[in-house]
Ligand binder design. Structure first.
Ligand code: ADP
Length: 167
């Protein structure tokens, strides 16, 4: 991997249009973007790791950002900073939605600085129309039969509906 390396970590259960908007912005800042998929057994993901990785790869291919940066999708199951060090990451990218994300992110940056102060964290905000999107709520809406097409990439919608017993 050459040049500046960014790491965008998350659970991506499933990837949403909020995530893809952050990815589209992040590739303008780095040469290589590693999308780190947290295995996150504790969160009890709806989709398996393989399913989440496959959906991310499909969504990225559709973004047409291959000329901006090299994007790779990599699962991880360890301390974020250890994973970042192994991947030789320069910068961790996080998305900020509302004030509610801030408190947690603020603490994470503070703790991560103790672990490795050379890796910076940058925060990006999604376009206003995507800011309210959260995987958790999208799953809830799908379960209750709502229209999820404004929240997830077109390749994800049918998979989510099938998973929750919809169409
Ligand atoms: P979620 O919090 O929706 O379960 P993740 O854990 O996969 O999603 O989140 C990964 C990263 O993407 C986090 O930094 C999170 O704040 C960010 N993110 C998720 N959805 C959005 C959004 N709609 N706008 C901006 N950032 C987002």
């Amino acid at each position: 991997m050459a040049g500046r390396i960014g790491l965008y970590p998350g659970t991506f259960d499933p990837i949403t249009l909020g995530h893809t908007d952050i990815i589209r912005r992040a590739v303008k800042l780095v040469d290589t973007l590693v999308i780190g998929v947290a295995i996150n057994r504790d969160k009890g993901p709806l989709f398996s790791l393989d399913e989440r990785v496959a959906m991310i790869k499909e969504a990225i291919a559709d973004l047409g950002i291959g000329d901006k940066a090299t994007v790779i999708v990599e699962p991880f199951d360890e301390l974020l900073m250890h994973f970042a060090e192994k991947q030789k990451v320069d910068v961790i990218v996080r998305g900020l939605r509302a004030v509610s994300d801030f408190e947690y992110e603020f603490q994470m940056v503070g703790m991560n600085a103790f672990l490795n102060d050379d890796v910076e964290t940058v925060f990006l905000m999604a376009d206003a129309k995507y800011q309210a999107i959260a995987s958790k709520l999208v799953k809830e809406i799908a379960r209750l039969g709502g229209d999820i097409s404004s929240f997830v990439p077109p390749t994800v919608a049918p998979k989510l509906l099938a998973k929750v017993g919809g169409v």
